[in-house]
Design a binder for this molecule. Structure first.
Ligand code: C5P
Length: 231
């Protein structure tokens, strides 16, 4: 299995995002546009990544009718991947899938977020979930895939468990990646690109180690090379 690179281009500034997108284009399968950029610039701002496959990370979570409407609203942007929260429930995910099908063969791959990695066992317990994050991640992963999600966004430390439990089918997209020797920043539990690839990730998401590097193009090239050299 090969593992691809997604560069997270987190900024509200279209000039900056366009520059990064051009820098990383030769080395990345997709670029990730998040809430920050999309709320600041809207669909009209997506021209800066025209011609590239886009992972639109909006983490949708609302009643089924509203999420279906949101999915329909972003279809003209033609995202290759789109995120939603598994915690929205099976009906919400089914509604999102039905809406996505309107795009036919060009429909976005729907990725479900299970438990935010910013929630530890105690924080999760405070929300009323007992049993711990791993159990909840697996429960929500199964629910999301049964309801029509194509894959999952998961932490580097869940990817091996999810691959073992769910098999080769689901697309697993893994943020929280730091190349060896780089600044960990606010990501508490990280893996290197190679470790995540060996654990079974289809895609890794890397933001600041690329965008804040002296040369984003070189940083992306090095990570892509590390993925190619995976044993
Ligand atoms: O800069 P960094 O590599 O930490 O960026 C990672 C990207 O992945 C960010 O856009 C962040 O929103 C996203 N993400 C994450 N951790 C998760 C889910 C998404 O860092 N658990």
């Amino acid at each position: 299995m090969t593992t691809g690179l997604i560069a997270a281009l987190d900024s509200t500034d279209p000039v900056q995002v366009r520059a990064w997108a051009q820098d990383v284009a030769p080395h990345c399968g997709l670029v990730k546009i998040g809430l920050e950029y999309f709320l600041a610039n809207g669909p009209a701002g997506m021209g800066v990544v025209a011609g590239q496959r886009v992972f639109l990370d909006l983490k949708l979570h609302d009643i089924p009718n509203t999420v279906a409407g949101a999915v329909r609203a972003v279809l003209p942007v033609k995202p290759a991947m789109l995120t939603l929260h598994a915690a929205g429930g099976a009906a919400m995910i089914r509604a999102a899938r039905q809406a996505a099908e309107l795009a036919g063969a060009d429909r976005p791959i729907l990725l479900a977020v299970t438990v935010l990695t910013s929630l530890d066992a105690e924080a999760l317990h405070e929300t009323g979930v007992s049993g711990g994050p791993r159990q909840q991640v697996l429960r929500l992963a199964r629910l999301a895939l049964e309801a029509g999600a194509d894959g999952l966004v998961c932490s580097a430390h869940e990817v091996a468990m999810l691959r073992a439990a769910l098999g080769a089918g689901p697309v697993l997209v893994v943020p929280g990646i730091r190349p060896a020797g780089s600044d960990v920043g606010d990501q508490a539990r990280v893996m290197t690109p190679r470790e995540a690839a060996e654990a079974g990730a289809d895609w890794i998401v890397v933001g600041r180690p690329i965008t804040q590097a002296p040369s984003p193009a070189e940083a992306a090239a090095r990570i892509a090379e590390e993925l190619r050299l995976k044993v």
